[in-house]
Design a binder for this molecule. Structure first.
Ligand code: ADP
Length: 329
């Protein structure tokens, strides 16, 4: 089997005149946690829906686990697990029954089901909730049960759409631990998120996606390093004039003058260049009122590549819930 578990070439998707996915290409390697990081409306769900065969591919090519999503959807579905924002548990069934039922649908033999359920309930720390009805679980537990269900069949690839949306930071961090454990089992993980720290902490590689396009791809460290050694924030008596002076200084790789503080990217350690910066500004009669230095964060990376803050205009949504599947009662 190819080392690329997901291969996407020139994927495009339109809703009427709206191009939601605009000529996207990327690969995900076996055993990776790969994240699509982007704001609401960036096109993340459309891509994940196409890859999981829930939405028909319109244009381009996509392969999951070596299978073509357009022509071999049945085999794609067999090799993946899905944990989506829409909760699709049967609330009138217990934790154990939800997993049992899922295993049965996928024709898992009884012994294998039992064994896998035991493993997964341990992993997701739901062991003591085995006989609790899904409707009586907390929000975090419901998502963990979704996760366990997605993993029942030991899928080669697990797809997660905003796995921790609406969670508090503790619950989110526990979810990250489970996902790291799943990675250790050899599962490849493709996820979407709008949480910077989630992409940063969890992913082997990240694609920043905005307006249907992949803007940049790399490890969190690579993306941050591309912004330079240090970021310098300056407030001055005249930011526009200061920006012009700064742009002429070698080792200043970029200057962003849109906010109250000038954001200056440096190609060298700040201690080497700060005296020169101070002198150059003073010579032009520009007064420096505040100086701040920090290492580039994912927020900085995002602003740098997209030109806007991820949180701008983002509205947090509660996950939708599926109606109970009548046939399962
Ligand atoms: P994300 O998951 O990043 O929030 P989506 O893939 O859901 O992005 O949406 C991308 C764009 O496509 C948005 O502008 C959204 O409004 C639009 N869109 C998504 N689904 C539909 C649909 N079923 N019909 C029409 N427009 C849609």
């Amino acid at each position: 089997m190819t080392a690329n578990v997901i291969e996407v070439n020139n994927l495009e998707h339109k809703y009427g005149d709206l191009k939601a996915v605009d000529n996207i290409s990327f690969t995900v390697q076996k055993g990776e946690i790969f994240s699509f990081l982007g704001p609401n409306g960036a096109g993340k769900s459309t891509v994940i829906n196409i890859l999981t065969t829930l939405r028909k591919l319109q244009k381009g090519e996509a392969k999951v686990n070596g299978y073509d999503v357009a022509k071999e959807s049945k085999y794609v579905r067999k090799s993946i697990g899905i944990v989506f924002q829409m909760m699709c548990l049967d609330y009138e069934m217990t934790v154990c029954e939800n997993l049992e039922y899922h295993g049965k649908i996928y024709s898992m033999p009884k012994e294998e089901r039992r064994k896998r359920i035991d493993e997964l309930l341990k992993l997701t720390e739901l062991d003591n909730k085995r006989n609790t009805l899904a409707k009586d679980l907390s929000g975090g537990m419901k998502r963990r049960l979704e996760l366990a269900r997605g993993l029942m069949t030991k899928p080669a690839v697990l797809f997660l759409d905003e796995p921790t949306i609406g969670f508090d930071i503790q619950t989110r961090m526990r979810m990250w631990e489970y996902l790291r454990e799943i990675k250790k089992e050899g599962t490849t993980i493709f996820m979407t998120t709008h949480y910077m720290e989630e992409a940063d902490q969890l992913s082997d590689r990240i694609s920043i996606i905005d307006h249907g396009k992949i803007i940049v791809t790399g490890t969190a460290l690579e993306l941050k390093n591309q912004l330079g050694e240090d970021l310098l924030y300056l407030e001055t008596s005249d930011n526009k004039a200061a920006a012009e002076v700064l742009r002429t200084i070698e080792s200043v790789t970029a200057v962003d003058d849109d906010a109250k503080s000038l954001r200056i990217m440096l190609g060298v350690d700040v201690t080497h260049i700060l005296p020169k910066i101070m002198d150059s500004l003073r010579q032009k009669g520009i007064e420096i009122t505040t100086v701040n230095i920090k290492k580039p964060s994912m927020d900085d990376v995002f602003v740098h590549y997209t030109g806007h803050d991820l949180r701008e205009g983002y509205t947090q949504e509660k996950p939708e819930e599926c109606e109970t599947v009548e046939a399962l009662k």
